[in-house]
Ligand binder design. Sequence first.
Ligand SMILES: CC(=O)N[C@H]1[C@@H](OP(=O)(O)OP(=O)(O)OC[C@H]2O[C@@H](n3ccc(=O)[nH]c3=O)[C@H](O)[C@@H]2O)O[C@H](CO)[C@@H](O)[C@@H]1O
Ligand SMILES: C=C(OP(=O)(O)O)C(=O)O
Length: 419
Amino acid sequence: MDRIRIRGGRRLSGSVPISGAKNAVLALMPAALLGGPLTLTNVPDLADTATMAALLAQHGVVVDRDRTAGRVSLSGAAASLEAPYDIVRKMRASVLVLGPLLARYGQARVSLPGGCAIGTRPVDLHLKGLEAMGATIDLEGGYIEARAPAGGLRGARILFPSVSVGATENLLLAAVLARGESELVNAAREPEIEDLALCLMRMGARIEGIGTGRLHVQGVDSLAAATHRVLADRIEAGTYACAAAITGGELLLEGARLEHLGAVARVLREAGVGLAEEHKGLRVTRLNGLHGVDVQTETFPGFATDMQAQFMALMSIADGASMITETIFENRFMHVPELMRMGARINYHGASAIVRGVPKLSGAPVMATDLRASVSLILAGLAAEGETIVNRVYHLDRGYERVEAKLAAVGADIERIPG
Ligand SMILES: CC(=O)N[C@H]1[C@@H](OP(=O)(O)OP(=O)(O)OC[C@H]2O[C@@H](n3ccc(=O)[nH]c3=O)[C@H](O)[C@@H]2O)O[C@H](CO)[C@@H](O)[C@@H]1O
Ligand SMILES: C=C(OP(=O)(O)O)C(=O)O
């Protein structure tokens, strides 16, 4: 297994190209099951993109992927309507093939994704929404067995009792080919959903209310070919913003958009980080000292749960205390004991952690159990005195394209040690 070695204490400066968003591309690629061909550009070269490509290929979609150019073309009809356990267990977003398969082919058999390190993550809202559209769902042998009524899925009014990014995406993907009108109420408003809706519109879908919590969809008979550029990854951008801040540096995040950071931008500014939108992207500067700021994770435009671990690393060297409350996932503090091994002072109980800033962190061998936890340890390593070795880098490779190369290019002393 690869590891990453960091020798901390270097101030970062320069430009970092922000890749296409992992969480957008994982919802966009399954749209190819609805029609097409679909060509996506600005596709990040990630383990998760490769997993989604493999899943679609085993469904029978022809995947033409140019990793260097960041382009994926997806064409052809599905020959298999089954998403097998061996692929779904690697990546929960695989469940996003369910809505499209059911809408276009009238049936699907998709492995239940199960929980993961950050929480139990059920898919009940996805299934209830599809049932409201007339589908019959059985859970059998660890699989979701779904069947549309004769004549196909029917449009429906779906009121989400709580906001779910994945359920909104799955039901939007299903509603665009359902008969009649659908309304998704209390839908997630994350920028990745707007990106999915815009791509579906390019393919011929009829959607109103894009960017709001209420999506109206008028089903159409078929979707046609389209080309769509994946939006920039706001979580990668937020992560590099923390890298600039934690090293006292300045970075231009090429392609990043301030409006997509939501509350992350406000909180970073309160902490003493300068953010300015420029023609090429977002300039991030650590102004003077860093101050402790309290945050609570929320759905967009609130503070993203996917930025919580990185912000905690930053707060670990701020002046004063910061209370960080995780409201989205029940077990998303696995970075805490590892940050503490590097000298961070953190107390946590239940969903809240109090971080009392220390003047210096010290390098240590550390291990992470999920994607954002891993990158928070890299951030801590950039600021720490001495050497940090981050183990289990495969988590990082799910969501960060060439992280060590991007950081080394702006002055970090970082390298990958092949395992
Ligand atoms: C590939 C992708 O885009 N992943 C993102 C997506 O995950 P994902 O789509 O899985 O997250 P959701 O928004 O669905 O989950 C939010 C909360 O709702 C719960 N829930 C969800 C569905 C359901 O049917 N029942 C239910 O109870 C979840 O357990 C969780 O506690 O949004 C999360 C919240 O912004 C991000 O952290 C993930 O990075
Ligand atoms: C939790 C995340 O992703 P996923 O939903 O793919 O596990 C993430 O991107 O931080």
